[in-house]
Ligand binder design. Structure first.
Ligand SMILES: Cc1cc2nc3c(=O)[nH]c(=O)nc-3n(C[C@H](O)[C@H](O)[C@H](O)COP(=O)(O)OP(=O)(O)OC[C@H]3O[C@@H](n4cnc5c(N)ncnc54)[C@H](O)[C@@H]3O)c2cc1C
Length: 367
């Protein structure tokens, strides 16, 4: 039995595994994918996420991350733009997750790739490659739930969203226009984000309601027509070369806070704890913050205080971010919001500041 069994090698899982191993614990990390892979994510690294990555010894700029200093909101033909109140970065998850996993391995974590966890026990899991046990169980499987022995999946989607991601090589004019800017196009029943990432590529990521996807034909062609409803986005994507054969997708996205039930030895990290509104680009920061807090609690022999600690740190962000995202789903609010931001751009800067996590310094023994 290892001290800690971490399930899922995304940002939350790899960061927590790395910190625990650096703290002298024996750690096993299970990841269902056998190699680096693309994930549905806007790839916008906010200031808090960048700070946590640096605390872990990862410098996103050294990986080619692109600076982002402005935000542009599009709604129909209306455009509002303002400076961000912090410096953000654009970096692909394909690159970032792999580097963090490498840091965990270098710290002594026993990494098993291509191993899928099928069922969750209290201190053990059933996997595609047999059972594994750990004194502490850290669940970091992102948006994917793992079955419990009673056969129930912990969270179910009442009204869910679908996510798509595609990397592009943009036309030169569009590259200049997009440089340093995160563009958010607000659409009927969803939104799309576009920004530059490393290697001269641009990342387009979007979410839309499942029933809207059905209405527009249920496929990527329908999604592209839906995106075309934003003239600004259409202009940026004109003559863009798609870099994947097909988009990366994820279904059944349910946003919001978890129900607070005591799950014994299971600690939920990252999106398994809560899925904040992706529009605010802070999910990766929450994933990393949860990893630091979980590692801190486990190493202090006080794992039971983790749920309260992560709630105290991140509940406010999720609440504010959800309020904003839900408001923008209403057509009138959307139009009014963007018009207002056009008239008074500091509103955008203020909204970006208001949807950050509180500042936080890890305890000395963690880094
Ligand atoms: C459309 C969209 C756009 C977003 N844009 C941004 C953004 O721009 N900025 C930002 O900060 N956040 C963004 N987010 C949120 C961000 O992507 C997540 O919050 C973040 O990825 C959570 O990290 P994680 O480590 O919890 O999960 P993940 O990164 O999803 O990692 C989970 C890992 O667990 C593995 N796994 C899953 N199931 C199993 C299993 N059964 N057994 C073993 N392994 C398993 C997966 O393969 C994966 O590697 C966005 C989210 C969405 C949906």
């Amino acid at each position: 039995m290892t001290d800690a069994l971490v399930i899922g090698a995304g940002l939350a899982g790899s960061a927590a595994a790395c910190l625990l191993a650096r703290g002298g614990m024996s750690v096993r990390l299970l990841e269902r994918e056998s190699a680096a892979h693309h994930k549905v994510c806007g790839e916008f690294l906010s200031v808090e996420a960048v700070a946590h990555l640096r605390q872990l010894g990862v410098d996103p700029k050294a990986l080619g991350a692109m600076p982002i200093t402005r935000i542009r909101l599009l709604c129909g033909t209306i455009k509002a733009e303002a400076p961000l109140p912090f410096g953000a970065l654009g970096l692909s998850r394909h690159a970032l997750d792999e580097v963090l996993l490498g840091r965990a391995e270098a710290a002594g974590v026993q990494v098993e790739r291509g191993v899928r966890v099928l069922e969750l026990g209290d201190r053990s899991v059933r996997t595609s490659h047999g059972d594994r046990t750990g004194r502490h169980l850290l669940l970091a499987t992102g948006k994917l739930s793992v079955r419990k022995p009673d056969g129930a999946l912990p969270r179910r989607a009442a009204e869910s969203f679908v996510g798509f991601k595609m990397h592009y090589r943009l036309a030169p004019g569009a590259v200049c226009d997009l440089a340093g800017t995160i563009v958010l196009a607000l659409l009927e029943d969803g939104y799309a984000g576009l920004q530059m990432i490393e290697g001269g590529r641009a990342n387009l990521c979007l979410v839309l309601r499942r029933n809207r996807l059905a209405l527009i034909g249920g496929d990527w062609n329908g999604v592209r027509s839906w995106l075309g409803e934003s003239p600004g986005l259409r202009g940026l994507l004109a003559d863009a070369e798609p870099l994947f054969e097909r988009p990366v997708t994820i279904a059944n996205l349910t946003y919001g806070l978890p129900s607070l039930v005591d799950e014994g030895h299971v600690l939920r990290l990252g999106d398994q704890w809560a899925m904040t509104a992706s529009l605010t680009g802070d999910g990766m920061a929450i994933a990393l913050r949860s990893a630091f807090l979980a590692a801190q609690c486990v190493m202090a022999g006080d794992a039971r205080s983790y749920p309260a600690q992560i709630a105290a740190e991140a509940r406010g962000q999720v609440g504010r971010a959800m309020l904003l995202q839900n408001a923008l789903h209403h057509p009138r609010m959307r139009w009014a919001g963007v018009r207002l931001a056009r008239l008074y751009p500091p509103l955008l800067t203020h909204a970006a500041r208001a949807t950050r996590l509180p500042e936080w310094e890890p305890r000395g023994n963690l880094i």
